[in-house]
Design a protein around this ligand. Structure first.
Ligand code: DQQ
Length: 546
């Protein structure tokens, strides 16, 4: 079936077949980036979880390797679940991960490369001491998983890891353990953090970011807290399947983290991505001196369709993560720079007028693998005297809105991607401005998949959130289009949205791109629209069977 085949992506990481979920233990070793991932060797639905493994020189082109770890001990026979890598100062790698035991109890396990001289790290040795951690008193036997990368605490020069859980009152929390040898661990009396009402925290991530205005580099996980360093705490909320983060301060003396702004604490405030994006994990890349984030992008089609396709899920484009030092209150995520090496023919459109009610086709040729950078300038028309426009508008919420078809005074406007000529299929990536009671504009960034496909066995939703826009800034968005995924980054990556879409008509040579402005009272100029066709990445099978 050509339509199903078309949905496979060309530059997002996917296994050759079957089900994938969380990224695991990303690391850089002897010239290679390693990505492990939750994988079902036997089918396109979750189960039989093993660690798939692939390596890359540049985070874009990949070589598949045989699975790194499979469920073969009593302590992980129900699944080799998520975990993280730590590189010790002497170069050793320790991998900590969760096993689901023969009794479905969650325990923490240690593995190390069986042959550290192999840059591909093909063989892993599970520790004789496994399990190295079992659920402590007061923690549910199935609420104890996904150990983080360890960091060195500067006060006692011992390692710390954190593990997500929940308490009996349904508060999400992060336990902290101290270890010197990764075999023996002490549970510390204080929690790294706890947030009421957020439920089970999966795949916690904890890392420093530079708050130095001039520095655009990532920080190694063991960078000591101090002036110029903030710490990010991320939890994947099992309750609502989204990744939430907070920015705050880590106190190495007490091993507690405090959010800068309790109103946007972990689980109740900012999300990495307002679309499909879950169970993410970051790592420090010493070569690029950057922190790189991977996230699991699930499907929005039916399980039946996944079985027909023979695969389910992607990994996000690896994203560089920095603190946004201009706002100080959010992260910036951006596709790693290597993605730009896939750019082929580029087209530039500038100064295009987008009057209210317009749809403007952009002639870019094949439009199924794209990298788009768009910059818009807006000019609000004078509200008619006495009209509703003269006053404040109702607050806007992407997910509760009518999407790109709902007309407001100052939005929506943006791009339609994976659209066919007749616009019977289209995925809208758009801004929506609202003037508040104080006369100030707030900006929303949304992605609308309501009309993304004629197929009806899909979840079609509008995703999005507000996006900070500072005085004097234009509105800008970067969009990666890759067959069945649209991954977007507004205002340099302050707000990100990922949608899975499954066009039936806007495929192969029929996929187009348009600009649109559905606002009734806003003149928009597309100041600059750059669109590159992106080459396919090489994602190659392993040449030898195991
Ligand atoms: N996926 C893993 C768990 C983790 C969950 C199991 C998050 O370790 O908590 O496949 O998607």
């Amino acid at each position: 079936n050509a339509m199903l085949a078309w949905q496979r992506t060309a530059f997002h990481f996917q296994p050759q077949k079957n089900w994938m979920n969380d990224p695991n233990g990303p690391l850089y070793y002897k010239g290679w980036y390693h990505l492990f991932y939750q994988w079902n060797p036997d089918g396109a639905v979750w189960g039989n979880i093993t660690w798939g493994h692939a390596v890359s020189r540049d985070l874009v082109h990949w070589l598949h390797l045989p699975p790194a770890m499979v469920p073969d001990h009593w302590y992980d026979i129900n699944g080799v679940w998520s975990g993280s890598a730590t590189q010790l100062p002497d170069g050793r790698i320790v991998m900590l991960y969760t096993g689901s035991t023969e009794d479905a109890v969650q325990v923490q396990l240690l593995a190390e490369p069986a042959d550290p001289s192999d840059p591909l790290l093909r063989r892993w040795a599970k520790s004789e001491s496994n399990p190295v951690l079992v659920p402590p008193p007061g923690i549910g036997l199935t609420d104890f998983r996904d150990p983080t990368t360890a960091w060195l605490n500067p006060t006692d020069r011992a390692w710390r890891i954190t593990i997500g859980s929940k308490n009996q009152e349904h508060a999400g929390l992060a336990l902290v353990y101290r270890t010197e040898d990764f075999l023996h661990y002490d549970l510390l009396p204080a929690l790294l953090h706890v947030v009421q009402g957020t439920g089970m925290w999966e795949c916690v991530d904890f890392y420093p970011v530079s708050a130095d205005l001039a520095a655009d580099v990532g920080l190694d996980t063991s960078t000591a807290p101090g002036p110029g360093v903030k710490h990010v705490l991320k939890a994947s909320l099992d309750d609502d399947r989204h990744d939430y983060y907070g920015i705050g301060t880590y106190d190495a003396g007490t091993d507690r983290w405090t959010p800068d702004d309790a109103a946007i604490d972990v689980g109740i405030g900012l999300r990495y991505d307002y679309g499909k994006f879950y169970a993410s994990k970051s790592f420090y890349d010493p070569v690029g001196r950057r922190r790189v984030l991977w996230g699991w992008i699930g499907e929005s089609d039916s399980e039946r369709a996944d079985v027909l396709k023979g695969w389910a899920s992607l990994q996000s484009i690896p994203r560089t993560v920095l603190l946004d030092t201009k706002t100080g209150s959010n992260l910036l995520q951006w596709p790693v720079v290597e993605v730009e090496n896939l750019r082929m023919r580029g087209k530039l459109f500038d100064g295009l007028d987008m009057p209210p009610g317009s749809v403007v086709p952009l002639d870019v040729g094949r439009a199924t693998q794209l990298d788009v950078e768009a910059v818009f300038q807006v000019q609000a028309g004078a509200p008619a005297a006495g009209s509703a426009a003269a006053g404040a508008e109702a607050p806007y919420n992407c997910s509760a809105s009518a999407g790109s078809a709902g007309r407001g005074l100052l939005g929506p406007f943006g791009l339609l991607v994976l659209a066919d000529d007749g616009l019977s299929e289209q995925t809208a990536v758009y801004f929506y401005l609202v003037r508040g009671a104080d006369g100030k504009l707030s900006t929303h960034f949304c992605q609308d998949a309501f009309r993304s496909s004629k197929a009806n066995d899909l979840v079609k939703a509008v995703y999005g959130s507000s996006v900070p826009v500072l005085d004097g800034e234009d509105l800008s968005v970067r969009i990666l289009v890759d067959h069945s995924i649209v991954e977007s980054f507004a205002q340099g990556g302050r707000t990100c949205i990922t949608s899975r879409v499954y066009p039936t008509k806007a495929i192969y040579d029929s996929a187009r791109v348009f600009l649109f402005n559905n606002a009734t009272n806003l003149n928009v100029t597309a100041k600059s629209i750059k669109i590159w066709e992106l080459n396919s990445a090489y994602i190659r099978p392993y040449p030898y069977s195991d």
